[in-house]
Design a binder for this molecule. Sequence first.
Ligand code: HEM
Length: 206
Amino acid sequence: MSKLIRRYSDGERLNHWALAIFFFLAGLSGLAFFHPSLFFFSHLFGGGAWARILHPFLGVLMVLSFLGLFFRLWKDNLFDERDREWRRNAGRMLRGDKAGMPPVGKYNAGQKTVFWLMVLSLLVLLVTGFMFWRPWFAPYFTIGVMRVAVLLHSIAAVVLVLTVIVHIYAAIWVKGTVRAMTRGTVSEAWARQNHPLWHREVTQGK
Ligand code: HEM
C-alpha cells in the first residue's frame, strides 16, 4: 500500500456529507411534486402537506451547505489553459486510455464543469424557489412571472440531478476516489496517476 496523502479536512468532509443529505432530502421532497406518479415520495416526509412545507427549507439548507464548500474550493475549480487540452483528450480517457491525458492539478476539467453546473443550477433553484414560496414571497410576483419561475426551477432541478449522477458515477468509476470523501485521504499512486500537478504541489510544496 503506497503512502496516504490528505485531500480533504474533517470540516470539508462533514460539509460535503451534509450537502449530500440535504440534496437527497430536497430532491425527494421536490420529486413528489414533479409528476403525480412520483407523489408517493411525499410519504417519506409525513404526507403531501409536510413535504410541501419542508421542501423549501431543505432546499435552502442544501444551498447553504453548498456555500460552505464553494468558498473553500472555488479557486481550485477555475478553468485554465490546461483544461482545454484535457477536454480535447477526454474521449480517449473515457475509452480507458488514461496515459495520454495532460497533467492535472487538484481537479480535472470534467470535475470543474460539474462544480460550475452545480453552482449554476443551485443559484437558479434558489432564486426561482423564493419567487413562488407561499405564503411569504409569492405575493410579490405576478402569476405569469411565477409560472416562468416554476418552469426554470424544474429545469434547474433536472440539470442538478443529472450532474450529481455524473458526479457519483465518476467518483466510483475512478478507483480510490471515494475514500477522499470517506477517509479524507488518497493513496500516493492515485494522486500521481490522476492529479500529478496537485501531487507534486503537496509532496514537494511546488
Ligand atoms: C452519495 C453521493 C456522493 C458521493 C459518493 C460523492 C463523492 C465525492 C467524492 C469522492 C469527492 C472527492 C472528489 C475528488 O477529490 O477528486 C466529492 C467532491 C465533491 N462533491 Fe460529492 N459525492 C456525493 C454527493 C454530492 C452531492 C449531492 C453534491 C452536490 C449537490 C456533491 C458535491 C461535491 C463537490 C462540490 C465536491 C468538490 C469537488 C470540486 O470542488 O470540484 N457531492 N464528492
